[in-house]
Design a protein around this ligand. Sequence first.
Ligand SMILES: Nc1ncnc2c1ncn2[C@@H]1O[C@H](COP(=O)(O)OP(=O)(O)OP(=O)(O)O)[C@@H](O)[C@H]1O
Ligand SMILES: [Mg+2]
Length: 275
Amino acid sequence: MAPVLELRHITCGYGPEEPPALRDVSLALEPGERLALVGPNGAGKSTLFLAALGLLPLSAGEIWLEGRRVELKKRRELDRLRSSVGLVFQNPDDQLLAPTVEGEAAFGPRNLGLPPREVSARVDRALAACGLENYRRRSPHQLSGGEKKRTALAGVLAMEPRVLLLDEPAAGLDPEGRRQLEQQLDRLRARGIAVLLSTHDVDFVWRWADRAAVLAGGRLAAAGTPEEIFDRCGHLPGWNFSPPMIYWIGKELGLSPLPRSREELEQRWKRNAPC
Ligand SMILES: Nc1ncnc2c1ncn2[C@@H]1O[C@H](COP(=O)(O)OP(=O)(O)OP(=O)(O)O)[C@@H](O)[C@H]1O
Ligand SMILES: [Mg+2]
């Protein structure tokens, strides 16, 4: 089956005076896949998301959606891309435009030309999924940072995209907000929606991702399973993250398969420990 979204040899940046922020980056997202994008500040993660949605002009490269090249100069092709791929920006203030939370969730489905009853059903579902039922009439700009993030996510979920791009969705969320986000991601997974998300949280990558891609200095430094990536920690140029503690403990204890979370490690430990 063709990748649901594919970047082929993308080079792009923020103007002719600036050096390119991405250089010859290729990345494919398979249907239903959970792919984590990691890399230091300034590596090009947010730029990659903007490029993937045709929001930055490419100086080289192509975007492919479900096995077909997207002709980025054609309005209809951009619409095809943006109705299938939803992006939640790193900074929700760059995204939120409507005067109310409800209006924010309705904006995309209305733009798709859906009938009012369908728009309203989608808004209800998206607000419920993000725990925002009681925020309907609030102004997005008077919400807290975490509430704004949830509102931006609701706006994208209401489009019912087949691919979700989430730029640091957990940054700034409290532990409960993170837990709810992870539940939300599990539900999306169950519906077969592919997710590419950027994060600096290596524990989350370990727990959640099928695959990880490392950007450094605008180039793709590595891509592989989280285990392959963390096995190479310290050997990847420009990437100086430490591996997750659970990965490290699992390796030290020689466990196979490696546990993905503290809870899993505890359960396996209790099962095997002599008592
Ligand atoms: N609007 C802009 N104009 C000019 N240069 C920009 C702009 N936005 C980003 N850049 C530059 O592009 C490069 C990549 O930035 P980008 O925001 O994609 O990094 P990032 O990996 O998302 O970092 P972070 O982890 O801090 O979010 C950086 O060198 C940055 O300074
Ligand atoms: Mg960023």
